[in-house]
Write a protein that binds this ligand. Structure first.
Ligand code: NAP
Length: 310
């Protein structure tokens, strides 16, 4: 029997995903009709991205799941018309991309690369950077992305700690959890990486009080979501030197408005939400596997807990 899969991500992604999705379904032996146009009453699965025009799921009476192409679900998780399982994207290609992006920016801070890249006066000031084992790096959020980043940094010998909502155990890492663990986690963060989702609970995790709990001269790397940081508090901490520098990939408003002070702040690097894009070939394999599971009556992978918002 043919399975009807509606492609309801933004239409400009159709040409990118059409062939990888078809190939992934075929590899699993699934007979799928994949199209951006299928009558709602006939749709079995919805491949989705929150910037799709599709916002009302009510007409999809027989659909079994919405399969999100993005890791972040804050723009769909509260949709009251969505009453079927919602799976988010955990894509090995995206995880690799995020890990490489974060490691690159950690290395920039760890080695103090900027002092040689930006040296207009041609000063000759040799210095001996710390070794990785002497550098304390902390990751807020230890999910698919954060745990990969943590393990890779540990494999490079960094002194890695992390923080999550629930208790966790990852070999050789110092881990904290819950509201009570945050201050201890921050006190260990010469370089702090934010990899949490945007939920009501995580908004402004970094604020005036928590920024003050970081070591003086800490570095911040945020590829998570803009609302994790109180922008005004961060700017104050940067101006005072409490925070030495921040690399920000995500913002409350994207694209970051031209008049936002982050653009011109001498101690901020802005990157345009490029840390980790979903990779069509590997992501299509994840989507196809979830359709296979749905058809076999097996549990879906990467289901979103709607109550927790991620
Ligand atoms: P995930 O697997 O759901 O992991 C989220 C982590 O955050 C988990 O460890 C979770 O704790 C923790 N967390 C959630 N709420 C918390 C709270 N209130 N207090 C403390 N910890 C909390 O997500 P992921 O796949 O790693 O992705 C993380 C985020 O990265 C996404 O939500 C998205 O916003 C962002 N992202 C950005 C880009 C980019 O290009 N910039 C690309 C992809 C994703 P538990 O382990 O206890 O549940």
């Amino acid at each position: 029997m043919t399975i009807n899969v509606l492609f309801a991500a933004h239409i400009d992604r159709w040409e990118t995903y059409r062939s990888p999705l078809k190939s992934a379904f075929s590899t699993l032996g699934l007979s799928v009709h994949l199209s951006p146009e299928i009558a709602a009453a006939e749709v079995d699965y919805i491949v989705y991205a929150p910037n799709s025009p599709l916002q009302d799921f009510t007409p999809f009476k027989r659909a079994k799941a919405v399969l999100n192409l993005w890791a972040g679900v804050e723009a769909v998780v509260d949709n009251e018309t969505l009453n079927i399982p919602l799976a988010r994207m955990v894509d090995p290609g995206m995880t690799q991309s995020m890990t490489e992006w974060v490691v690159g920016h950690v290395m920039r801070y760890h080695l103090g690369m900027d002092r040689h890249i930006n040296n207009p006066d041609h000063t000759w000031e040799p210095h001996t950077p710390a070794l990785a084992a002497e550098r304390r790096v902390c990751i807020l959020g230890l999910g698919a992305l954060g745990s990969s980043v943590a393990q890779t940094l540990k494999s490079l010998d960094f002194d890695v700690s992390g923080w999550s909502r629930r208790p966790k155990s990852i070999s050789e890492l110092t881990l904290y959890h819950g509201a009570n663990g945050l201050a201890d986690a921050l006190s260990n963060a010469e370089i702090l990486i934010l990899l949490m989702p945007d939920t009501p609970e995580t908004e402004n995790t970094l604020n005036a009080k928590t920024l003050a709990q970081l070591p003086d001269g800490a570095f911040i790397i945020n590829p998570g979501r803009g609302p994790l940081i109180d922008d005004a508090a961060l700017l104050t901490a940067l101006d005072s030197g409490k925070i030495a520098h921040a690399t920000l990939d995500v913002f409350r408003t994207e694209p970051l408005p031209q008049d936002h002070p982050f653009w011109t702040h001498p101690h901020v690097t802005v990157t345009p939400h490029v840390a980790a894009e979903t990779r069509p070939i590997t992501a299509s394999q994840v989507i196809a596997e979830n359709v296979r599971r749905g058809e076999a009556g097996e549990p879906f992978m990467h289901l979103v807990d709607r109550a927790n918002g991620y």
